[in-house]
Ligand binder design. Structure first.
Ligand code: ADP
Ligand code: ADP
Length: 211
């Protein structure tokens, strides 16, 4: 498979962003992530779309899903410009999954499985390098360079309270999507509780096997 079309699923904090970066460079595909796209457009005026709030920010700060119309348009645009891709953060509910089916075929559907207690720990300890976008963790994956350590930032929604709400939204809306792919018999499950390198071994092998 020259340029695989990969869907990576999992709860918030499961390691999708971490593994997607590796997939993108190893398989030379585009990393399409709705979370990053929305964070870059948090103040976008969506009032025309008949939504409850006028910008994505209000939804994101509360840990709620941004309306389907907004994210569907982002993904449709990004996928139309990519041959191969790793799609991360979408679909997050059954309606988005139906949209995705209209947009493209997939070569691999992966799920990173991680228990809830570990998810909370990963999310509240997550830190980002604003200059490179690199993902760190205060305990599991701190940067070696003191200069990088100094400039690390925490996402506004990685607080204990918002994390709880995001996990509730995940259980209610996104888990049924994962179950749906599982029932179709296309889901490849990877144990996401392993160390990052071990997860990567499994992820890489799963994509190669699908070729
Ligand atoms: P995480 O990496 O913790 O899974 P993301 O960066 O993917 O979180 O998403 C952050 C926030 O952006 C979500 O809580 C939600 O508000 C919004 N968001 C991202 N993707 C979607 C989507 N597919 N549908 C609706 N909202 C989304
Ligand atoms: P997601 O995109 O699914 O929300 P991230 O890739 O951002 O998840 O990872 C969430 C946090 O967990 C980050 O701080 C990251 O450094 C850390 N992390 C990712 N994978 C692992 C792993 N296998 N073991 C321990 N920590 C991890």
């Amino acid at each position: 498979m020259a340029q695989p079309r990969v869907l990576i699923l999992g709860a918030p904090g499961a390691g999708k962003g971490t593994q997607s970066s590796k997939i993108a460079s190893e398989f030379d595909v585009e990393h399409v992530t709705t979370g990053d796209a929305l964070r870059a457009n948090k103040e976008m005026d969506i009032s025309e779309m008949d939504t409850e709030y006028d910008t994505p920010r209000e939804y994101m700060d509360q840990g709620e899903l941004v309306p389907d119309e907004v994210v569907n348009a982002i993904v449709d645009e990004a996928l139309s410009q990519a041959d191969g891709f790793v799609l991360d953060g979408y679909p997050r509910n059954p309606e988005q999954a139906e949209e995705l089916e209209e947009m493209t075929d997939l070569d691999v559907v992966l799920s990173l499985d991680v228990g809830e207690e570990e998810l909370v720990h990963r999310l509240t300890g997550r830190r980002l390098d604003p200059e490179t976008g690199e993902i760190y963790h205060v305990e599991y994956n701190p940067p070696e360079d003191p200069e990088v350590k100094e400039r690390l930032e925490q996402r506004e929604d990685d607080t204990e309270e918002t994390v709880k709400e995001r996990l509730r939204v995940y259980r209610e809306n996104t888990k049924p999507v994962i179950d749906h792919y599982d029932e179709q018999g296309v889901l490849e499950r990877v144990d996401g509780e392993q160390a990052p390198d071990e997860v990567w071994e499994d992820v890489k092998a799963t994509i190669e096997d699908a070729a």
